[in-house]
Design a protein. Sequence first.
Length: 503
Amino acid sequence: MLTNKFSTGESYVFTPQPEPTALFGELREAEPVPWEALGPLADPIRSISTLTQAPAAIAMQSVLTVASTVTQGLADAESLHGHVPLSVFALTIAQSGERKSACDALATAAVKRVDQEREREYRLAKRVFEAELLEFQKGQRRKPNKDLEVIEGDLKDPDVDLAPEPPLVPTILISDVTIEGLHRRLETGTPSVAVMTDEGGQFFGGHSMKRENALKTAAGFSKLWDGSPISKSRASSEPSVLYGKRVSLHLMIQPGVAQTVVGDPMMKDQGLLSRVLIAWPDSNIGSRQITRDPSRIAAETKAKAKLLKFDERITELLNVKLPIHPETRADLDPHRLQLSDRARAKLEDFYNRVEHASNKGEAFEYITGFAAKAPEMAVRIAGVQTLYADEFATEITEGMMSNGISMMEWYLTEMLRVSDTGRPNQELCASEDLRLWLVNRWAEEFIDKRTMMKNGPGHLRDGNTLDICIKKLIEYGWLVREPGRQVINGANSKTYWRVVRRG
């Protein structure tokens, strides 16, 4: 038996405690990215991963979303049940320091450069428009009033002049947006845009995802993913319907935010998560070394050359004229990528396998929403690869369809892995925040409530919340009640716990 002496001189018998239990399920090791299925996107993905030393899955998410952004306006793709957009929604989960921003910066470099050039042209065009509008308004004031003519039963003014129209906002990348702001952007700008941010926590924790707005935001993005018309009806403006708009989405978030997002019943029930390709790669932190080894220098040189070709290709696709409906200024009228017979047979086989695995007791029982959309997402990925390789392509080949299916098999595995960590409620999330603070920030062996109130995480510093968290950590074995007295943070405590840091 072990005896522990306290400052009071008392002794007690110490009973060894069992290992603590994780508040969330353990995250299994990630599968390697499916390199052979990445097709024409493999080179830029490998190049970005080489240059940043970031996990390849982060580079894959960034490159895939950029490729989707520059192809989604050109065509829709045939699926098993009609035609679908090529828009891709992605969610990348990685801790701070994993070089998410570096990957995104390299992947979006060409888009940002084109955006900058178009923004300069837009500012000039806007000044010209404002001058023309002023001249138009002056001319209208000079016109004499006269009765309207009745022409063939209609009231018309034969001399009416239409006001000049403002130029469309031409930029593509959006980093911080509400669903209302995005609708406005699609109403006044280019019909194909991308919402991309390496601060996805601001999206999920900001105005758009506050409880009163979350359902509207999730439903709005789901409609955009579907390619459905968007109806707008506000008391402050004319009602309108937006047709032919395309949006890609890439949010990068940290693991703490991910637990909340994956665990949100509204996000699951509404269906937005079923439309998102999730990647949560294993960390590379601690293994990234700067060396001047000749092989490393050669690898970086090769990566830069391949990334330059990627930038050139993205620029080419951005300069392809979008197919606009002839009776509108900015409603897309994309052509249709057909499935070859062999590609359709591949897709039907994949659909049947996924459908069987969605039965009760099978692999996808608890991710049926995502699994149900997997065949369609495989088509989207295959279509993106097809147009990235050749913007004039008219069909998805068997090879490209195989790529899309293999990538979706990877994403299904990843969704299973992430889902297996559990869907914690708010109490467990708060308790995990406290546990991480205790393990990583509190260096002493013992802790009391007074000290946690004073020094612990700011959002947990109210008595009721802290009581709930302490109870959970006791239940899961991370705090163990100790007898006697102990000096903690300079004061005597009768009620305190031992912090368990193993497990």
